[in-house]
Design a binder for this molecule. Sequence first.
Ligand SMILES: [Zn+2]
Length: 663
Amino acid sequence: MDDMRLALLLNAVSPAIGGVLVRGEKGTAKSTTVRALAAVLPPVDVVPGCRFACDPAAPDPACPDGPHETTAPDQTRPARLVELPVGASEDRVVGALDLERALTEGVKAFEPGLLAAANRGVLYVDEVNLLHDHLVDLLLDAAALGTAYVEREGVSVRHAARFLLVGTMNPEEGELRPQLLDRFGLTVEVAAPRDPAERAEVVRRRFAHDADPTGFAVQWAADESALAARIATARARLPYVVLSDTALRQVTAVCAAFDVDGLRADIVTARAAIAHAAWSGRESVSEDDVRTAARLALPHRRRRNPFDAPGLDDETLDQALSDARADDPEDDGPDGNGGGSPPPLGGPGGGGGAQEPSDGEASVPKAPETAPRGEGGGRTDAAPAPDRAAVAPSDPFRVQRLEVPGIGAGAAGRRSRARSERGRVVGSTRSSGTLTRLHLTDTVLAAAPHQVARGRRGPGLDLRPEDLRQTTLEGREGNLVLFVVDASGSMGSRARMSAVKGAVLSLLLDAYQRRDKVGLITFRGSAAEVALPPTWSVEAAAARLTELPTGGRTPLAAGLLRAHELLRVERVRDPRRRPLLVLVTDGRATGARGGSQLSDSYAAAGLIATAGTASVVVDCESGPVRLGLAGAVGAHLGARTVRLEDLAADSLVATVRSARKAA
Ligand SMILES: [Zn+2]
């Protein structure tokens, strides 16, 4: 059985494992497989009419639709699969309290959200990596606690929300933050099968379905009911499966060998191993159960850097398992010295704990070589030299925040100011549509002048719907950060180019943290090139940047025109996402005949400024004599110009400090 189906089934047997994250490219039938899961889950008994799917045997005492009469007849229905669309609002997910009715009619009206619908079923999020962090947090909290909680202006509702959380994502479109990754119980990687025989089987199945859909369905329904029965049996067996000390030691040894943080990994691995034993019809956990569990529970927990690929090395896994077995004092191996006296309470001398972390302290981002290797000066300008090995970027650092001026309305993120669902209060508007955040002061102020006219007597305010004021919040949005990078020979020595790449890499890391989309245009030699069209995948951008060849002339104007064109298309595609153009150059535009091309670049810069695109210029000029050409291009762009050396987040502080000292 493939990993994905196995991971889903283990969670169906033991929901405490904590859900599944499925990673894989497009066209790998991730969604189809998840949807098929609902068909094999055992049906659930529910209280008729309860919108929160209460179990008649144990109704939720806090159920908003309760209290339920115990005499009501039960109703059995299939387990539900609820899909959460990526664009869903917080209200849609957790449910909405009708504040308007609460304030004007004095009733507590709650419209359940997707978490309520998913109670005792499956909650499925396709493209979970594109969901806003805040919503992912909400989901994972609910999944961990088994309850959902909604509060608005002092009115609150709590209800049961126990569900199997399944997320799918295409890593090419950007990674999930490591903190969130860690909170999914299991992860699996799916790929289209490479094996011709397997591919043939997929095609054959497809043909069988097209030729005889009914017969096909009947055949698969038979398989489904067999699976459903097996899940039910495994669930019943689960509480009786024994996790021996040996098996537990193997779990902890494997987790130690892969250098995972915290104890969550050990707990999830143990739970998955127990579920696998139950699924396989065993009464106690075997080494095979631990191996399978580790393969599903650990790969995403040992990641250190957003640019590292996940994975688990089979050799290390086998080694850890066999070491833990060999260290086992109770194991009556051929040596036969296990039987005698019981082991001391402290455990066998360093049994599981003495595992060496296999590949050292790999936590720091890859340390690239920065040595210029005796490449003299920056004399490559004249010759459109053949590409040598690409220069590696220097170490990334924390950069200051570059932002788009003004106030946007784009998707939530951490870069530029924007009207948003969260953030600080900046005012109020007359409520139109659903009232979600009441601005109390402004509502009272709006209602106050009409109290006499409305005939109010006694205490309390007579509120009408037209008085209600919605709070306006300002938070931050993510942007499209388009890097336009000068890779020409004028940019100097290898060491200089390494520093430039390191700066762009740092800006990319920053974009990842701020939830931006990124794109990369480079220019050198005779042309500009879109090295990476706008994407969520900062990993892809970092890879392109590292491979980027350098040298040759500086077609700055071509680079800017290419950027202008690309942004024009993006504006149509995603109008709410405001772009930020980051031009990384020394500004020495040179043309085909080696002549200066400054006026062309200024004209191109003017076009971008006229289109209203915000930009920042990172000035890479170095050396004792400075021409300030980048600053001149910046002026035509209407951009702020930052010197490469001043890009780091703390350089501002340093500047202020040294200025103070001087004063
Ligand atoms: Zn209920």
